[in-house]
Design a protein around this ligand. Structure first.
Ligand code: SF4
Length: 217
């Protein structure tokens, strides 16, 4: 895809979506990191429902360790994979207390060394909290990017590398949100709403589907 089309996609999505923000609720960098860890394979809405009460009393790694794994599970049991997520959150909180004076490390490698923090979580954290332009790739970003033709990749990490290379500098900070929201509300997994899509003219998937129909008729 050429530069002009890539730019046009982001301009169009930004016009429709406005100033995109994370849909996760949080109080500080630590509670944001916990929310992102919880959001793996779960909706932001389900995470916000669970953290609404949790974050009333837990705002720091020390609060979390004092709460303990069993009680944490009670707060997050409506979220998928809550057993392993609770274990990871308690362990990462202990590491933050012992190794980082209860602060969150800023280096990507140090972030991804924390339990439950992979490339996507670390990228989301760096983008939102540290203002480092990273394009974290979740299921929506992966699907949309490969459908439209922004990327042609097999894994999320490959998609991130391509997107961070081809995305114009001015869109690097917001691209992740724009693509997520487009995937969540328009370019849906099972039934993309192509008839309402504002970037249809740039979409490789739509062009291919149209060609298939023309060919078979
Ligand atoms: S035209 Fe359809 S498949 Fe392409 S980006 Fe829009 S909604 Fe997704």
């Amino acid at each position: 895809m050429n530069k002009s089309s890539i730019n046009s996609i982001y301009i169009t999505l930004a016009k429709k979506i406005g100033e995109p923000k994370t849909e996760l609720n949080y109080h500080n960098p630590y509670t944001f990191l916990v929310s992102v860890v919880l959001s793996a394979q779960a909706t932001d809405k389900s995470v916000n429902n669970a953290t609404r009460d949790l974050f009333k009393s837990v705002k720091t790694p020390k609060n979390m360790v004092a709460l303990g794994e069993r009680k944490l599970k009670g707060y997050i049991k409506t979220i998928g994979l809550y057993n392993s997520k609770a274990k990871n959150i308690i362990n990462l909180s202990k590491i933050l207390i012992n190794d980082y004076k209860s602060k969150i490390p800023t280096e990507f490698k140090n972030l991804t060394n924390l339990p439950g923090v992979g490339n996507k979580t670390a990228s989301v954290y760096q983008n939102e909290i540290l203002n480092i332009p990273r394009i974290a790739v979740d299921t929506h970003v992966f699907r949309v990017s490969n459908r439209i033709g922004l990327a042609k990749t097999k894994t999320a990490d490959q998609t991130q590398a391509v997107l961070e290379q081809i995305t114009p500098k001015k869109w690097l900070k917001t691209a992740h949100h724009l693509l997520i929201l487009h995937g969540r509300y328009t370019c849906k997994s099972q039934k993309p709403m192509c008839d309402q899509c504002m970037i249809i003219e740039h979409c490789l998937h739509f062009k291919n589907e149209k060609n298939k129909k023309n060919f078979s008729s």
